[in-house]
Design a protein around this ligand. Structure first.
Ligand code: ZN
Length: 130
């Protein structure tokens, strides 16, 4: 996969301020405010930065957290996981492997079959209807 290496200035021209804050500055949208936490259509969630397909609607579940939650990415290699020790909590950050955009975090309290919960910001996602 060919990585996308835009400058911050380039990202500013193609992302909304909300998307920029999340994807490039590792922000977090407020719970229950994003457009996809309560979204139930069938299709594919893509990276808002580069359009890479990241999560299938079949892997989405209602976590009750107010953020879109998935139990697995479409392909393991589409996302990158890095340990994040900010806020004095040990968390695992989830990034888009193609454009290095910040998506959210992954936790080990998800449902079967993986036991994982990818907690993703709506602003980091796009959606392609099936
Ligand atoms: Zn991306």
């Amino acid at each position: 996969m060919k990585p996308i290496l835009n400058s911050n200035q380039q990202w500013k021209t193609c992302l909304t301020p909300e998307q920029y804050k999340i994807l490039r500055e590792k922000g977090t949208e407020a719970a229950f405010t994003g457009k996809y936490y309560n979204h139930h259509e069938k299709g594919t969630y893509t990276c808002a930065g580069c359009g890479e397909p990241l999560f299938a609607s079949d892997a989405k579940f209602d976590s009750g957290t107010g953020w879109p939650s998935f139990f697995k990415p479409m392909k393991k290699e589409s996302v990158k996981e890095e340990s994040d020790n900010k806020l004095f909590m040990k968390r695992t950050e989830v990034l888009c492997a193609k454009c290095q955009g910040h998506l959210g975090h992954v936790f080990n309290d998800g449902p079967n079959p993986t036991g994982q919960r990818y907690c993703i910001n709506s602003a980091a996602l796009g959606f392609k209807k099936k």
